[in-house]
Design a protein around this ligand. Structure first.
Ligand code: FAD
Length: 316
């Protein structure tokens, strides 16, 4: 039976949420799913990973190496793990960390690499990627005995598929490269969750008119358990930080629900969120292009509609 490997990306405290969707994608491929963990907390995570189909959790270790400080060593260790455990496809989340270490792993393996993929077919060895701001979808054939693939967060739903898991500690030899050493990680504003991990996003555009006005989106977001995003126009005007920007030159997101408040519907904004499952637009202009691309449209002033929505949600 073929084996698919998944890089189990973790934060300080937990497994990155979008990893579970990647595991489900791997499990749906029909082969065995082997997780590769590099933070030494296999016991803490094993039940969560078993619940969605990981049959073996390989706890990678390397003498005198702190993986959290070395993306190069992490990539090389993943590559060694993939080779030692007979993996035919190595997957991970296309997050900044995921892209970094998957690229290094592919380099070490001399294997083909595709990042930000929206679909993967393990039988045909193909992946699908979006191009030209989402106007075209390319199918890439991955040749060779093993390929490496980063999956766009939320492209696959995490599905429960309980299995029995075994933990296998595995020591690899990797070079203690000092080419890149992470000396400090500055956490983003903890009150704002990661947009790429969000299942619900409410975004504001140019008419937000000030950073203060974003509070109405924050209030609504709290009721919806959503994360707040912004258009580039709002970011360029200084109403929101760049970390909140969605689009071609911002974050690529794929939530279950995307609520756009005062967005015109530019191709550049849509390039970052067009794979959202349901799109709702709030706009004063009935002819705004966004209405032609949304599942639901509300013609109205966001400063009236959003507080009214928050009020309704408070009643529940
Ligand atoms: P506008 O285009 O000004 O639209 C505002 C909308 O709000 C209008 O439709 C208006 O009818 C409506 N409105 C006004 N008042 C209200 C109200 N009170 N209530 C409800 N609706 C109201 N943009 C991005 O977002 N992300 C990117 O990553 C990005 N990358 C780019 C890269 C390049 C190379 C270029 C050239 C552009 C990029 N842009 C990007 C910019 C993009 O082209 C648009 O200019 C931008 O998305 C417009 O932002 P907006 O929809 O907030 O503003």
């Amino acid at each position: 039976m073929s084996k698919t490997g998944v890089f189990i990306e973790t934060t300080d405290q937990e497994i990155k949420q979008s990893v579970f969707g990647v595991i489900s994608a791997a499990a749906a491929g029909g082969g065995e799913v082997t997780g590769f963990l590099l933070d030494g907390r296999a016991d803490k995570y094993k039940d969560q990973l078993a619940a969605c189909g990981v049959t073996e959790l390989v706890a990678l270790e390397a003498k005198d190496i702190d993986f959290s400080k070395s993306p190069q060593a992490t990539g090389e260790a993943l590559a060694k793990g993939a080779t030692d455990f007979g993996i035919s496809a190595l997957l991970g989340v296309s997050s900044p960390t995921g892209n970094d270490v998957l690229a290094r792993a592919a380099m070490a393996l001399k294997a083909p690499l595709a990042l930000d993929c929206m679909d993967v077919d393990f039988t045909a060895n193909t992946v699908k990627k979006s191009h030209f701001s989402g106007k075209a979808v390319a199918t890439l054939e991955m040749t060779g005995a093993l390929f490496v693939c980063g999956i766009r967060p939320n492209s696959f739903e995490a599905v429960e598929s309980p299995v029995t898991i075994k933990i296998t500690p595995h020591t690899v030899e990797v070079e203690n490269s000092d080419a890149i050493i992470v000396t400090e990680v500055q956490a983003a504003d903890s009150s704002r969750k990661d947009l790429t991990e969000a299942t619900v996003i409410i975004s504001g555009g140019r008419p937000m008119a000030s950073s203060d006005n974003f509070k109405i989106l924050d209030e609504c977001a709290r009721k919806l358990d959503a994360v707040v995003g912004a258009s580039r126009a709002a970011v360029d005007a200084g109403y929101a930080p760049h970390s909140m920007q969605v689009g071609q030159t911002g974050k690529i997101v794929s939530p279950k629900l995307y609520i756009g408040c005062g967005l015109s519907g530019s191709v550049q904004h849509f390039a970052g969120m067009k794979t959202s499952k349901v799109i709702v637009a709030i706009n004063t202009d009935k002819d705004a292009p966004i209405f032609t691309k949304s599942d639901y449209g509300i013609i109205g002033d966001l400063f009236e509609v959003v507080p009214a929505l928050t009020k309704e949600l408070e009643k529940q």
